[in-house]
Design a protein around this ligand. Structure first.
Ligand SMILES: [Fe+2]
Ligand SMILES: [Fe+2]
Length: 172
């Protein structure tokens, strides 16, 4: 039987959080050399993402849902994205966070409105993480220089990769 919408959302979000954990993990390693002032914050963001991943996993276990097929791909892809963007330095790290979290926030809002009448447990899990994601977005947005043209290229690339991963997660 096909999973319910709520269960599919939980699976995709759980895989996405694994991606997020790994983006920040990859960035934190490289930032030691390219942007040392960001390491503490990246490590803190990573621990938020770990607790988000745990929130979705707990709810998945309660309903005996398996991990998304995209789970490991998200992890590896996230790590690579984290390493590559951190090699480009501080601004690229901030731009990546802003792009990823903006896409994520859009999806979370949409999920909430679709699930509101349908799946209260999934709604509760999503609501538990939204404030953190918004803070990750806002803190990074405040660090983003507006004068680097190449950053304007990076953001849509990161945003559309994030969209693609979510789409694949919902459809495979
Ligand atoms: Fe998260
Ligand atoms: Fe986040």
């Amino acid at each position: 039987m096909r999973d319910s919408l709520g269960s599919r959302v939980l699976k995709v979000n759980h895989a996405g959080e694994n991606g997020a954990v790994n983006i920040y993990a990859g960035q934190a390693v490289v930032a030691r050399f390219t942007a040392p002032s960001l390491v503490t914050e990246l490590t803190e963001f990573r621990s938020h993402e770990e607790s988000h991943r745990q929130i979705f996993w707990r709810e998945m276990q309660a309903r005996q849902t398996r991990r998304c097929r995209s789970y490991f791909l998200c992890g590896i892809g996230g790590y690579i994205l984290g390493v590559v963007t951190a090699l480009l330095g501080r601004s690229a790290i901030a731009a990546t966070t802003v792009a990823v979290e903006r896409v994520v926030l859009g999806h979370l809002e949409r999920q909430l409105s679709e699930l509101r009448e349908v799946d209260q447990e999934a709604v509760t899990a999503i609501q538990a993480i939204i404030a953190d994601e918004r803070r990750h977005h806002d803190v990074s947005a405040s660090k983003l220089p507006t004068d680097r043209f190449w950053l304007r290229l990076l953001s849509p690339v990161v945003a559309s990769s994030t969209e693609a991963v979510i789409w694949i997660g919902m459809h495979v």
